[in-house]
Design a binder for this molecule. Structure first.
Ligand SMILES: [Zn+2]
Length: 107
C-alpha cells in the first residue's frame, strides 16, 4: 500500500493506494462541511430533531450540494492517483485548490 498526504492551501487529503489487486484505493479528507450540530459529514437534518435549533434549510441544502461536489473531486483525485498521475505536483495542487474554491463559490 502507498500512502500519499496532500497538505497545501488548507487542503488535507490522505490517499491510500493499494498496489495489489485491481489498483484501487481510498481517500480521507477535511474538505467536506460538517453538520453544525453533531459534526458528522453525512448528516443532513436528521440529527436536528434532537436539537432545539434546526439547521436553516437553505444552508443545509447548500452544504449538501457542496459536499456532493467535493465527493466528485475526491473521486477524481483518487482515480488520478491510482492511474499514476502525480497528485503531489505543485501545479496539480494549485489546480485542485482552484476547483475546490469553485465548488464553494457556485451554490
Ligand atoms: Zn447532525
Amino acid at each position: 500500500m502507498k500512502e500519499i498526504h496532500l497538505k497545501e492551501f488548507g487542503i488535507d487529503i490522505t490517499l491510500n493506494l493499494y498496489t495489489l489487486g485491481n489498483g484501487s484505493g481510498d481517500i480521507i479528507s477535511n474538505l467536506k462541511d460538517r453538520c453544525p450540530y453533531c459534526g458528522e459529514v453525512d448528516c443532513y437534518i436528521s440529527c436536528s430533531i434532537h436539537n432545539e435549533e434546526f439547521e436553516d434549510e437553505d444552508e443545509m441544502l447548500s452544504r449538501r450540494d457542496y459536499n456532493s461536489a467535493i465527493d466528485g473531486i475526491e473521486s477524481l483525485v483518487l482515480a488520478q492517483a491510482v492511474a499514476g498521475i502525480d497528485v503531489e505536483d505543485e501545479k496539480y495542487l494549485t489546480a485542485l485548490h482552484t476547483a475546490i474554491d469553485a465548488c464553494g463559490n457556485n451554490p
